[in-house]
Unconditional design. Structure first.
Length: 493
């Protein structure tokens, strides 16, 4: 088995009022400001909220979890309540200071003195725990100015931080509301049923059951007896196996699968995977058809719906925005590869590793970010041939915060929050002072450790950062060194 595996784990800023205008909420969602204030009081999540939690709606993944926390505080009186009810989460130690900085009536804060970040970050970036080569970049999101760079244009193996590029490309190409369809088609004589995969890796048994029920109803209306069942995976092409080989971090990439091909009931992290996701999905569908009163004549086989067939049932995935959030928060490799293929299809490329590489690179180039030296061999970051620069990652994060690109907002809302969610849930202690102030995508392969995301500094600036390292020998030491770099951004330089 191949060796690299990703471990599961993931100018000055304006005042808050100006940031709220800059990152306007989704039209029609008027409750976001109230939710933001409560959420910041709960866990000091103003780092996330200040730039992205106003994006709303609270419909999925990380934002759903944060909304649950917000609701608990609102019942207790919200941000102006003098205490917390028994059992309620305590505000992060940094919450008051950050709220004060963002609400400073004096207006814009002055930027850090020239060279201050260099003096702080460069020694940390050269820590032995980060191995033999390390690079970094920091951008002031409000101005787009790079305020720190150390090898920022050097291509490095990004590991899972490449999912930031994957998410930006997919959202830009398809829009946050795009949903991936799974359909059932019935032949003209009602004797053949074809389950057609659209590329939704989150398809589950409940969705298949609904498809089977609607299919059975349509067949009963047509007076059909036993049917022949086929399944269509033609939407994807090229090798199904990731170059990493059979691995618990990713299933064979297929246009048709249930629960990401997981065999243990888990919903994230490494898991035993089926070797043939499409066949297993079709078998499950056959059983559900039987339960719905439709018998199949034999084992399901690969096939395509013939001419004259009709669609009798359709299931749509969650919106692309939710899929991007999940891919980032849980570092979901299967979703990431699906996002790349959806981007390829939109671009008229084959839905394969090669087609995805061309489509994503082309989309990023159109967005005007620095793609020189980038090699986007896959969407998940499991491929060591992937190369990106720290400058590219920070540019993508800044672009996702730009008011002119609200379609990219879920790239930021999907980033794990330090000490709270996803792959950062068990990193950053309260004592660090960075809990809730940093949200970032993690990346880990053997000898490769990366971190890219956003942080709020003491002056109230939202900073986009990326730190990439290779040649590390201790993942624990490397992660601690990366966390120290991100934490430094939240402190006085």
């Amino acid at each position: 088995m191949a060796e690299p595996v990703e471990r599961p784990t993931d100018g000055p800023l304006t005042r808050w009022g100006e940031w709220k205008d800059r990152l306007s909420p989704v039209p029609g969602d008027r409750s976001n400001d109230r939710r933001f204030v409560a959420g910041a009081t709960v866990l000091g999540l103003v780092v996330a909220a200040g730039a992205v939690l106003a994006a709303g709606p609270w419909d999925s993944g990380q934002r759903k979890a944060e909304h649950d926390r917000v609701t608990a505080v609102e019942r207790a009186g919200g941000a102006h309540h003098s205490g917390n009810p028994p059992g309620a989460p305590r505000p992060a130690p940094s919450a008051a200071a950050v709220l004060s900085a963002l609400g400073d009536p004096s207006g814009r804060s002055e930027p850090a003195a020239a060279g201050a970040l260099d003096a702080v970050l460069t020694p940390l970036l050269e820590a032995p725990g980060l191995g033999t080569v390390s690079t970094g970049a920091v951008i002031d999101v409000a101005t787009g100015e790079q305020v720190y760079g150390h090898g920022a244009t050097k291509p490095m193996t990004p590991a899972s931080t490449v999912k930031i590029a994957t998410g930006v490309a997919a959202l830009s190409a398809l829009g946050p509301g795009h949903r991936i369809p799974t359909t059932v088609r019935v032949s003209k004589d009602s004797r053949t049923v074809t389950l057609v995969g659209g590329g939704d890796p989150t398809l589950d048994k409940a969705a298949l059951r609904a498809l089977a029920s609607r299919t059975a109803r349509a067949l009963r209306d047509g007076g059909a007896g036993k049917v022949r069942l086929t399944y269509d995976t033609s939407r994807y092409s090229g090798p199904a196996r990731h170059p990493i080989g059979p691995n618990e971090n990713i299933a064979p990439v297929s246009a048709l699968m249930v629960d990401e091909g997981r065999l243990d009931g888990s919903d994230h992290g490494p898991a035993p995977r089926t070797g043939d996701p499409a066949r297993d999905a079709a078998r499950m569908f056959a059983e559900l058809l039987e339960d719905a009163g439709v018998a199949t004549r034999s084992e399901p086989v690969p096939g395509r719906a013939g001419g004259g067939s009709r669609t009798v049932a359709t299931h749509l995935s969650k919106p692309l925005s939710a899929l991007v959030e999940r891919a980032l928060t849980k570092s979901d490799n299967d979703i990431a590869e699906a996002l790349v293929r959806q981007t390829a299809l939109k671009a008229g490329e084959p839905a394969s590793f090669a087609g995805g590489r061309r489509a994503v690179t082309g989309r990023l180039r159109e967005l005007g970010v620095p793609v020189k030296g980038a090699v986007l061999a896959d969407g998940s970051g499991l491929n060591r041939q992937d190369k990106v620069t720290a400058g590219l990652l920070t540019s993508l994060l800044a672009l996702a915060a730009d008011q002119d690109h609200p379609e990219l907002r879920s790239v930021l809302t999907g980033l794990p929050v330090a000490g709270f969610s996803g792959t950062l849930g068990d990193r950053y202690s309260e004592a660090s002072g960075a809990t809730g102030l940093v949200r970032a995508k993690t990346g880990t392969l053997t000898g490769v450790n990366t971190l890219a995301g956003t942080a709020v500094d003491p002056r109230g600036r939202l900073l986009a950062f990326a730190f990439l390292a290779s040649g590390s020998t201790s993942p624990g030491d490397a992660e601690a060194s990366l966390d120290a770099l991100a934490t430094a951004l939240t402190r006085d330089a």
